[in-house]
Design a binder for this molecule. Structure first.
Ligand code: ACO
Length: 428
């Protein structure tokens, strides 16, 4: 196997080295291309560009492989808690019992919001989108925890991570309570991470919501399945902001904003909207497939397709299994599950989707599952954000720890006007 690539431009040849990781194919190192040749590379949407070296998550999109720190995602189905998976992603190894106990203790100690932050909820309109609230509040944490604006040692990073992972759950639950005009329910330190979140979401001052074990376990797995996905759009946003040496809170707030988009984390909301339209009779599954294939129609089959997975998304497979396990045991039978199955069958048999290798992604079944658990649609992407937070922190840390990291600053192909003169307003 060769260890270099040769680029020929106007009869001139340039040699560039290949970079290999521990797994996956090599990449052509173009980092010195501009200074050596005066050439830049053109790669819209960065679809062919490895922007960093990373040891956190490995994906093989052709084979449907996803691993966190080397561990196949399927092995998380029954074993660790979300808190344990978060430690693994951020600190690179499975926690020892003492480390896990300490991290849990710090999560519990940090679950309350500063009163100043809590009071800000009263000035937010009740119909405000929860993702807007989440992004603002994560950014606002920098106002109340200024001691974490510089993270100079490992211990401080553990504390900052615990604060963020713990408080994001309280912020998320409070944003839901606010949207419903319900009183805030304070966290219960005796509860574990997922049960505590469900308690803050659904308890009443006079009646505590005790999460059924299968719901708590399902939420735990949902969080884990969303916890990292290497250089996805929101993680890249976190890295871009972090590359300017912006603090952890500001960088993660950028991640929340990116995740909000319907082509990214917002897709699970669009999936439910699409399934509901079919259920109400406004759209048939067959029409839905036809619309998705019609190039004159901007409609897409939400919950289908992925930039990296060209086979199947293992998270979607696990979520489908979880749906089949959890939903039949709930009192409420969701007709959307049957519609989703039908849509999936139609799409998987259709040459358009087969040729383009479009399979269900993580968002296809997550919304149906969350609905069954009583989570309102406008909270779906917030749940995704809680899950993705350890991944964002892990990437921020990895970049922060890299002595060679530089500010991210891409180039462009300029397509604007050639030089022209300024024309005073009375002469235009
Ligand atoms: N429905 C219909 N056609 C699709 C879909 C879809 N869901 N996804 C891709 N295609 C088509 C494209 O139109 C394109 O067709 P063409 O070759 O005839 O032009 C072809 O498949 C390739 O698609 P790209 O646009 O190149 O895929 P890209 O990698 O840019 O986008 C994305 C990936 C954004 C996920 C896309 O598949 C999509 O929009 N899916 C629906 C939204 C969604 O579910 N997003 C969640 C992704 S997972 C996550 O973020 C957690």
């Amino acid at each position: 196997m060769t260890d270099k690539a040769i680029l020929t431009v106007n009869d001139k040849q340039f040699e560039r080295p290949l970079v290999t990781g521990s797994e996956g194919g090599p990449a052509v190192d173009v980092s010195q291309l501009l200074s050596l040749t005066g050439l830049t590379t053109f790669d819209p949407a960065l679809a062919n560009t490895a922007v960093c070296r990373s040891a956190i998550t490995y994906i093989d999109g052709e084979q449907g492989v996803l691993r966190y720190r080397g561990i196949p995602i399927e092995q998380f189905e029954h074993n660790p808690s979300f808190v344990e998976a978060a430690w693994l992603l951020i600190f690179g190894h499975l926690p020892q019992a003492s480390e896990l106990a300490y991290f849990r203790e710090r999560l519990t100690a940090n679950e309350l919001l500063h009163e100043g932050l809590k009071n800000q909820f009263h000035y937010i309109p009740t119909d405000a989108p929860p993702m807007a609230i989440l992004s603002a509040m994560v950014s606002n944490l920098a106002c109340f925890h200024k001691q974490f604006l510089e993270l100079e040692d490992a211990e401080k990073l553990v504390e900052a991570a615990a604060r963020l992972i713990s408080k994001v759950r309280t912020i998320a639950a409070f944003s839901y309570r606010r949207s419903r005009g319900l009183p805030f329910i304070y966290p219960d330190p005796s509860l574990r991470y997922c049960a505590n979140f469900l308690h803050m979401m659904f308890s009443l001052p006079y009646r505590q919501y005790i999460a059924p074990p299968e719901i708590e376990e399902a939420l735990n797995l949902i969080f884990i399945l969303h916890a990292d996905h290497e250089q996805n759009c929101s993680t890249t946003a976190v890295r871009v902001v972090g590359s300017a040496r912006a603090n952890l809170f500001a960088s993660c707030a950028a991640g929340v904003s990116a995740l909000w988009g319907p082509l990214h984390g917002g897709a699970n909301v669009e999936v439910i909207d699409m399934l509901e339209r079919i259920h109400r009779g406004g759209l048939s599954p067959e029409q839905c497939i036809r619309d998705a294939k019609d190039k004159n129609n901007p409609f897409r089959l939400f919950g289908f397709g992925h930039r990296v997975y060209r086979n199947f998304d293992p998270r979607a497979r696990m979520l489908k299994t979880l749906c089949e396990k959890v939903l039949p045991n709930l009192r409420y039978k969701d007709p959307l599950l049957d519609i989703a199955r039908k849509l999936e069958d139609l799409a998987l048999a259709d040459p358009y989707f087969i040729e383009r290798k479009l399979y269900p992604n993580v968002d296809f079944y997550s919304g149906i599952l969350l609905r069954g658990m009583g989570i309102p649609t406008n909270m779906f992407t917030v749940i995704f954000a809680i899950g993705r937070l350890p991944g964002w922190i892990a990437h921020w840390k990895e970049q922060h720890d890299d002595a060679n990291a530089r500010i991210m600053r891409p180039r462009q192909i300029y397509t604007g006007s050639a030089p022209i003169d300024y024309v005073p307003i009375d002469k235009r």
